[in-house]
Write a protein that binds this ligand. Structure first.
Ligand code: SER
Length: 584
């Protein structure tokens, strides 16, 4: 069964059971700066789970376009996807466990034809916050799942919440038994060996978890279910990976024809990242150096790098995009209207990336010369890593270039650095998503940029002796410590405020550059702790106003900041003053 057929069957089935079909929200959330992308079907429905009345009623069904970015580096294996479609049915204070489980079972067995023996389920084991879910257990038994295929697990497995705070509750998860042998005596659905594949998650959302971690009952008992479409299509088609279903098969085949070198991971990465990019661009995303734009840039560059790795000419990119889009059109006919623009955005990014790659090649040659001059023939892992991080050079490419020059590469050191980087970026994305639906990102980003403008304005008004001594940012305000010996006068404060607001009014682009530290210092970039930075640094330039070492993130243009206001100016320590300021 093709993915689109599963989707249609699903929506019709739930419509028949009194649900109204609602359209998918965009992958870029509307009016919600708190998360980068829509990560689950429940995301656009949060206000309704909390009790707001939904215009389409209390029973809804939809397919939701989702992007999850925590595991980008894992894409290429046999299962990870960044873009996927989640089918969902929703009870907003309407039916609860019994009806939800009965409908899921009926859909799986009657509509999709999955035999009872293939189904195992898990329920919540209970703890101090919520009792054991014996109701779901009984419901499963009543529909015909034998007790030895019903498992109980704790919060790690059978509790669902987006991030740290928000509506949540125990869930019951449905697993498909692929028929592979058990990996051990104790093999069961929670095991990752591949025998059991999770296909559907029914969340019984009746709690709210607050910032302090306290659970309270919601006004109403909701059901939120999510069924991963690509995975279901893969199972029903008897395939081992999602890359073999009709959504990916044409592009995978084309890449195989075009490739000079055979790397299946690279083909998967190209197929997956192009599809994700197409969907993000379709919903208004554009490559940039911050937040969503940065993720899109990363996806596209990773895809392009892997075209290089396969030895496929980048001139074929337009054709490859077409193949990818053609495989998506039936599911997303709206793509047709934007075919031109989607292609244009991707091709432009490719052209930009080619230029970076050329700079990287120059950097590589410089390094080789240096090594030769000192009689060495081993390129350090650090260099390979810098080429990777700064210029997007795949390790394999550096190795190939090195070989041509009769040089070797310290891959061990590279792998070590790469792993550290991966761990760090994973932590980074977790931090970003930690607050989940409740966290903010946009205000902090604005305050970051405002801090640079404030630093520059203080220098203008008070003198060049002003340097940053500390900074602390929340979604509500910025706090900035700087070297200055005296209390600021009213007039000085007003001047600084007016200057920052003038920079904002000028709507100056905020540009990000990466360069060797020495070069940044020569340019006069402002840095608080110079020793803290590595050899290659990131600096942010705001027109002629500011040039600072900084990890970001920042807004694209100062005009986004709103109105800047100093709330307080006080002593921080000897010779250091502290300003608290807000954007309104
Ligand atoms: N919110 C749950 C999930 O994302 C069910 O839709 O798995």
């Amino acid at each position: 069964m093709k993915a689109i057929e599963i989707r249609n069957k699903y929506l019709r089935f739930f419509e028949k059971h009194g649900h109204t079909i609602i359209p998918s929200a965009p992958v870029i959330p509307e009016n919600d700066p708190s998360v980068l992308f829509t990560t689950a079907g429940m995301h656009p429905l949060v206000p309704y789970l909390l009790g707001q009345k939904h215009p389409a009623g209390t029973r809804l069904t939809d397919y939701q376009k989702c992007i999850r970015t925590n595991d980008i580096d894992e894409v290429g294996d046999n299962r990870h996807l960044t873009y996927f479609e989640m089918l969902g049915n929703w009870s907003l204070g309407d039916y609860f466990k019994e009806e939800s489980i009965a409908m899921s079972y009926e859909f799986l067995t009657k509509e999709l034809g999955i035999p009872n023996e293939k189904i195992s389920v898990t329920c919540f084991a209970g703890d101090e916050d919520c009792q054991k879910d014996t109701v779901s257990f009984t419901c499963w038994r009543n529909v015909g799942i034998p007790e030895d295929r019903i498992y109980f697990y704790g919060k790690e497995d059978n509790w669902w919440i987006a991030g740290e705070e928000g509506p949540c509750g125990p869930d019951t998860e449905i697993f498909y038994d692929t028929g592979k042998p058990k990996c051990s005596e104790t093999c069961q659905p929670s095991c990752n060996c591949g025998k059991y594949v999770e296909i559907w998650n029914n969340v019984f959302m009746e709690f709210y978890k607050d910032k302090e971690g306290k659970y309270t009952k919601l006004k109403q008992r909701n059901v939120d279910t999510g069924l991963g479409l690509e995975r279901m299509a893969m199972l029903l088609q008897g395939k081992e990976t999602p890359f073999e279903i009709e959504i990916f098969a044409p592009i995978m085949e084309k890449l195989e024809v075009l490739q000079k070198y055979d790397f299946i991971e690279s083909r998967r990465i190209i197929a997956e990242h192009l599809r994700s990019s197409i969907m993000i661009i379709q919903d208004g995303g554009r490559p940039s150096n911050v937040d969503r734009g940065y993720i899109l840039r990363r996806l596209l560059r990773r895809a392009i790098r892997h075209m290089n790795k396969l030895g496929i000419s980048l001139d074929t990119l337009a054709d490859i995009i077409d193949i990818s889009m053609n495989a998506l059109i039936e599911m997303y006919p709206e793509l047709n209207a934007n075919r031109g623009i989607i292609k244009q955005v991707i091709i432009q990014e490719k052209d930009k990336f080619i230029r970076t790659l050329q700079n990287g090649e120059r950097e590589f040659e410089k390094e080789v010369k240096k090594l030769r001059a000192s009689g060495k023939n081993m390129i350090e892992g650090k260099t390979v890593f810098n080429l990777y991080e700064t210029y997007g050079f795949p390790k394999e490419m550096t190795e190939e270039l090195a070989k041509e020059q009769g040089m070797e590469v310290d891959t061990k050191q590279f792998e070590q650095l790469f792993k550290e980087h991966q761990d760090k970026s994973r932590q980074g994305s977790e931090v970003k998503f930690k607050g989940g639906l409740a966290s903010t990102g946009e205000m902090e980003t604005k305050y970051h940029t405002a801090t640079h403008l404030l630093n520059a304005a203080l220098k203008q008004v008070l003198g060049e002796h002003v340097h940053q001594k500390g900074s602390n940012i929340t979604a509500e305000r910025l706090r900035f410590d700087f070297s200055h010996g005296a209390k600021m006068t009213e007039e000085e404060k007003q001047k600084v405020e007016a200057l920052v607001n003038a920079y904002i009014a000028m709507d100056i682009p905020v540009e990000k550059f990466e360069m060797p530290k020495e070069e940044a210092l020569t340019l006069g970039a402002e840095a608080m702790f110079i020793e803290k930075y590595g050899d290659i640094v990131t600096i942010y330039k705001i027109g002629d106003v500011s040039l600072e070492f900084c990890g970001g993130p920042h807004v694209a243009k100062t005009g986004e900041l709103g109105h800047f206001k100093i709330k307080k100016e006080e002593a921080s320590s000897a010779g250091v003053r502290r300003i608290k300021a807000i954007l309104e």
